[in-house]
Write a protein of this length. Structure first.
Length: 328
């Protein structure tokens, strides 16, 4: 049995699809579906069960002997969330509790961390797990900080030789995009937000730059397709001897101008871009550059190439965002 927390969410639902295709057997989704269309993210999947997070502890206790792996994708992922007590409960406490369960019951644990742990990037984007390297990182928001708290604690436990799950991996996802992110509102990728407008003939609207080293729209991000994230997780699942903290990005920083051009190309349009003022509240904490170092994952044995921004956006736009049924 495989348990996927946040299994109806963006990355989680794509992982569930990948596990089903891989013949993983019984898959249990842990999530809240609410009153919107989030349920459609898992509507095509054959599931063993769907559990609310509040009932997870009882479910784990009753099924401990049958569970092989827990993929912990569930979290409050909004970088704008300011209820820090809630973030600690959902992101920190829940992960530490799952670690303890997996450690005690011999269950593998693969959990979602975030590139938000790197803060403004001034300390680099190396996925070093030693205590000194992690201590230098300064996340910019409570979400990133909550992920960093977990990373520091779990890597310390492992480094000190204390008991751990038989396999554990924390994945620092960079700017992920792809199908099934539609329920995320303002947290959707820019691709999902602007493609409908561009398809109707509107220009792309990107932030101006307030940094002398970057042109307008020249701010850079490591954009990674969700299918590549799933491929990494499935590889870890198939390689239970690999544990640690790993970046998951494309390894190549690309500009917002590149992203907009790729959407226009997928739509068969000539790029037209308007540059708009960035809200003042963002200007002093805006990231101008992110790029995952992928050396550690490659050295662990992962050799699959990551798709280019152009190929990833073309497939997303044409096969999902413009389709009658955009869901995976």
């Amino acid at each position: 049995m495989i348990v996927v927390t946040g299994g109806a969410g963006f990355i989680g639902s794509n992982l569930v699809a990948g596990l089903e295709q891989a013949g993983a057997g019984d898959i249990v989704v842990v999530d809240r579906l609410g009153r919107d269309d989030k349920w459609r993210n898992i509507a095509k999947r054959g599931l063993a069960d769907i559990i609310r997070p509040e009932a997870l502890a009882l479910f784990l206790a009753a099924n401990a002997g049958a569970i092989d792996t827990i993929f912990h994708m569930g979290a409050i992922s909004a970088t704008t969330e300011r209820d820090v007590d809630l973030i600690v409960e959902e992101n920190v406490r829940a992960t530490l509790d799952l670690w303890a369960f997996c450690r005690d019951r011999g269950v593998r644990l693969i959990y979602a961390s975030s590139a938000a742990t790197y803060g403004d990037g001034s300390a680099g984007f190396e996925d070093d797990a030693d205590r000194q390297s992690l201590a230098r990182l300064r996340p910019l928001n409570p979400y990133g900080w909550s992920k960093h708290v977990v990373d520091r604690r779990l890597t310390m436990l492992a480094a000190e030789g204390r008991p751990t799950p038989p396999q554990w991996a924390g994945l620092k996802f960079f700017n992920v995009y792809g199908p099934n992110e539609y329920h995320k509102g303002d947290m959707r990728s820019v691709i999902a937000k602007i493609t409908p407008d561009l398809a109707r003939g509107a220009p792309a609207r990107l932030f101006r730059s307030y940094h002398p080293g970057y042109a307008d729209g020249g701010q850079m991000r490591d954009f990674v397709h969700v299918d590549d994230c799933v491929a990494v997780m499935l590889w870890l699942w198939r390689n239970p001897s690999v544990s640690g903290l790993f970046n998951v990005g494309s390894g190549e920083a690309r500009s917002w101008n590149d992203l907009a051009a790729a959407i226009f190309a997928a739509l068969g349009r000539t790029p037209v871009i308007d540059y708009i003022e960035m809200p003042e509240t963002l200007r002093d904490r805006y990231q101008y550059f992110t790029q995952a170092s992928m050396t550690k994952l490659r050295q662990a044995g992962y050799d699959r190439p990551f798709r280019s921004l152009e190929d990833g956006i073309a497939g997303y736009v044409q096969n999902h965002l413009l389709a009658d049924d955009p869901y995976r």
